[in-house]
Design a protein around this ligand. Structure first.
Ligand SMILES: Cc1cc2nc3c(=O)[nH]c(=O)nc-3n(C[C@H](O)[C@H](O)[C@H](O)COP(=O)(O)OP(=O)(O)OC[C@H]3O[C@@H](n4cnc5c(N)ncnc54)[C@H](O)[C@@H]3O)c2cc1C
Length: 442
């Protein structure tokens, strides 16, 4: 299954852009302290700095080591839920506003890359969401109508008969194409944000995990592994890596693992057959498979929910590979060069939120979709902290609900949830897919 020089545990992306530790000292004092140096934290730091604040960033490990250098590099922003679900969770006005903000958020992130000169192999490839069953395609039809009537996002349905132009498989019942979405190299994207912070002389302090916060006369004393810093405002940007002392947040945003594999280099004609559309591809089924070509167009990168809890990488890679071969049987002999994982920060409403709690401003809960939304909402959280009118966003009107199964800081509920999904949801979705294809075995 593996190539000779395989790398289990190290992201494929780190071959070209591994996160680097910094030697910046911890300042004694700043106006805004940002906790976490992923996309959210760095964007927040840049926005607060450009709004006139003295800023510092503290990071528990090496900047970028979290999800921001590990993800699939699929770039897009459309509400993760249909309009009806959003209206049910947050009310019709907020649902409308979330749809309306999708195109501006995407454009903001594209402009950010351009304005900061970030070299991250960005391409507007389009992203197609592939319907696993006919009922999923029916839901996509409703979503397409809502997107077209309530936002300026371009989206078009692809009937089953047109899918062969996108992907060489008969597994899907149709698809929903977002032609303006794109692809990037996530670790280079993060590196570009670090360079943007460097140009502004923003200290980014590695190995400075925040251990405790105390509030004194409206100011914060933040104790880190490298000493204490005093700040007027704090922006929390820890998403799927949130732990104590941030209990309020950790009970609302939980770490859901996502796993990825990279194949060995494949012949270009094979790849041209498998994915002629060269799009970013995501599935509608709960297994959340997502796949793409590498930026140099030489391999398949295939990700998904191999498990909802931590699994040995070798085992997770076998599961992902089996799913990949179900979709593309011609890859049955393809070997793997890399397997890795990271934690997405999931919220129980499947949507992120920007807000303030106990004086801490935050943006989190990106629920697996953060290449656009994390830097976009990171900047919003920074504007909230410094009292800038640009803080306005519909994501301040969402919320992070609690769930009765997640009573403690650690997500113990993921173990039974994993069993539920593997033995019930996955089977039910396969049954729905078979029923939609006239009972044939897929
Ligand atoms: C495998 C995988 C695939 C994904 N694929 C995609 C995709 O294709 N497209 C997409 O849009 N999104 C994708 N995502 C989601 C996306 O990567 C995230 O939403 C985004 O990176 C979140 O950025 P962040 O800065 O909020 O969090 P992170 O990048 O996770 O950074 C949080 C940081 O906080 C630090 N931290 C935590 N606690 C403390 C503390 N106490 N003190 C100091 N620092 C602390 C952590 O060390 C970490 O570096 C994927 C995620 C994963 C894991």
């Amino acid at each position: 299954m593996w190539t000779g020089g395989n790398t289990i545990g190290t992201p494929y992306w780190w071959e070209e852009a591994a996160p680097e530790t910094t030697s910046d000292p911890l300042p004694d004092r700043c106006d805004v302290l940002v906790i976490g140096a992923g996309y959210t934290g760095l964007s927040a730091a840049i926005a607060a700095h450009d709004a006139g604040a003295r800023v510092a960033v503290v990071e528990a490990g090496i900047p970028g080591e979290g999800a921001s250098s590990r993800n699939g590099g699929m770039f897009g922003a459309h509400p993760r839920l249909g309009w009806d679900k959003l209206a049910q969770h947050f009310g019709a006005r907020t649902a409308d506003a979330l749809f309306a903000e999708a195109a501006p958020a995407l454009n903001w992130a594209k402009d950010f890359i351009k304005a900061e000169g970030i070299e991250c192999d960005f391409q507007t490839t389009g992203r197609i969401q592939l319907a696993w069953a006919q009922s999923h395609f029916d839901a996509q039809r409703r979503l397409a109508n809502a997107v077209q009537s309530k936002s300026t996002v371009n989206a078009s349905l692809v009937e089953k008969s047109g899918l062969r132009q996108e992907i060489e498989t008969d597994r899907y019942a149709g698809g929903l194409l977002f032609p303006d979405h794109g692809a990037l190299h996530p670790a280079k994207y993060h590196r570009g944000m670090m360079q943007a912070a460097r140009r502004r002389d923003i200290p980014v302090v590695s190995h400075a995990r925040v251990q405790a916060l105390a509030r004194d006369k409206g100011r914060f004393d933040i104790r880190t592994a490298k000493g204490t810093v005093r700040a007027d405002k704090v922006v929390l940007a820890t998403n799927g890596y949130t732990t104590r002392p941030f209990r309020w947040h950790a009970r609302r945003v939980f770490p859901l693992p996502s796993y990825l594999i990279a194949t060995e280099t494949l012949p270009s004609n094979t790849l041209g057959h498998l994915a002629p559309g060269r799009r970013m591809m995501v599935e509608t089924r709960a297994r959340h498979s997502y796949f793409r070509l590498s930026p140099d167009g030489t391999r398949i990168l295939f990700g998904g929910r191999a498990s909802m809890r931590d699994l040995p990488l070798d085992k997770a890679a076998r599961r992902l590979r089996a799913t990949m071969v179900e979709i593309w049987p011609s890859l049955r002999d393809a070997r793997l060069s890399h397997a890795w994982m990271g934690y997405t920060g999931y919220s129980f409403a499947h949507m992120p939120h920007v807000g303030e709690q106990d004086g801490l401003c935050f943006a989190m809960g990106f629920s697996g979709s953060g290449t656009v939304m994390a830097p976009y909402l990171g900047a919003k959280a920074a504007y909230l902290a410094v009292g800038d009118a640009r803080a306005k966003t519909a994501y301040a009107d969402t919320h992070l609900p609690r769930h009765m199964l997640h009573l403690f800081d650690r997500p113990h509920f993921l173990k039974p949830a994993d069993i539920w999904y593997r033995f019930w949801v996955d089977r039910m979705e396969n049954w729905q897919a078979r029923r939609g294809s006239g009972g044939q075995t897929r």
